[in-house]
Design a protein around this ligand. Structure first.
Ligand SMILES: Cc1cc2nc3c(=O)[nH]c(=O)nc-3n(C[C@H](O)[C@H](O)[C@H](O)COP(=O)(O)OP(=O)(O)OC[C@H]3O[C@@H](n4cnc5c(N)ncnc54)[C@H](O)[C@@H]3O)c2cc1C
Ligand code: FES
Length: 259
């Protein structure tokens, strides 16, 4: 079921003038939502024309959270919204993450930068389903891994990684995954983040033959399958074809993606 509604901003938190979390009061308390699904947000009435896709970062008692990075005109307008203002929202869209079949084995969740948004909600759902997990959360510097407080509140098992070593382990996320996968006997990997990171996670998963699901952040037009603006090259039954990230994804098996 796809809804279109106006939602009031009831809480706002910002970090380093760069990242923002908006909590919105939505007119439903029960809505079927899978981690990895997203909404198309109309940031302002007349401009920009196209809505912007944002993943669900959290949903509880009719309060929906979006966490986003300020990158361009749309996220800039959203960033300066005040508590009490309203935004128009359409969704939920996309397939979302599926849970692992073997629920007793640990899974590895990987978030790079703003990719933490859908991974945070996935972590909450994994916790509720009693699926053990390790979350690895990386960014360029400490300011690029802003959701620490929220993760600690939920007592998740998180490994922090920064490229400049300003917090947690120094390096790239990819430098630490092999060690974690071996030590924790990980059965599958779920990730979201920059394309370069996802590509490396995908090659790693292929090399060690482990199930791997990836949420792609593709530029989108409509968000619901009408424009082909979100085409992704996919390998299926040995042949290459295009699929739509908004309806066939944004979560794909990493082995299907042609990088
Ligand atoms: C399914 C999905 C879920 C997403 N969830 C989140 C989220 O939870 N939090 C978050 O911060 N971002 C998320 N994104 C990315 C977010 O949609 C873009 O950052 C946003 O649309 C940029 O809009 P803008 O108007 O600020 O930037 P624009 O002015 O349109 O563009 C500014 C820059 O951002 C790049 N850009 C634009 N759109 C995208 C896009 N869709 N993906 C990657 N780069 C883009 C452009 O190439 C350009 O370099 C998601 C994207 C998708 C497809
Ligand atoms: S965004 Fe229009 S078809 Fe996917």
């Amino acid at each position: 079921m796809i809804y279109e509604f106006e939602a009031e901003i009831i809480e706002k938190k910002i970090w380093s003038n760069k990242y923002c979390c908006l909590s919105l009061k939505i007119p439903f308390d029960k809505i079927e939502l899978k981690p990895g699904q997203f909404f198309m947000v109309k940031v302002q009435e007349n401009f920009p024309l196209l809505r912007r896709p944002l993943a669900v970062m959290d949903f509880e008692e009719s309060s929906l959270k979006f966490f986003f990075q300020r990158v361009g005109i749309g996220t800039e307008i959203l960033f300066f919204k005040k508590v009490g203002e309203r935004v128009r929202i359409l969704g939920p869209f996309g397939n979302g993450f599926s849970y692992p079949e073997e629920k007793k084995k640990s899974v590895l969740l990987i978030a790079g930068g703003r990719g933490i948004s859908p991974i945070f909600y996935l972590a909450k759902k994994m916790y509720e389903h009693r699926i053990p997990f390790v979350l690895i959360y990386g960014g360029k510097a400490k300011e690029d891994i802003p959701l620490m407080e929220e993760l600690e509140e939920n007592s998740f098992n998180v490994v922090y990684v920064t490229e400049d070593g300003s917090f947690g382990k120094k390096g790239m996320v990819i430098d630490f995954i092999e060690e974690i996968v071996k030590k924790k006997q990980i059965s599958s990997i779920y990730s979201c983040g920059p394309v370069e990171m996802l590509k490396k996670v995908s090659y790693f998963s292929e090399r060690i033959d482990i199930e791997s699901l990836i949420s792609l952040e593709i530029i989108m037009g409509c968000g619901f399958g009408a424009c082909w603006g979100c085409a992704v090259r996919i390998r299926e039954n040995g042949k290459e074809c295009f699929k739509k990230a908004c309806v066939d994804g944004p979560v794909f098996k990493s082995e299907e993606i042609v990088w």
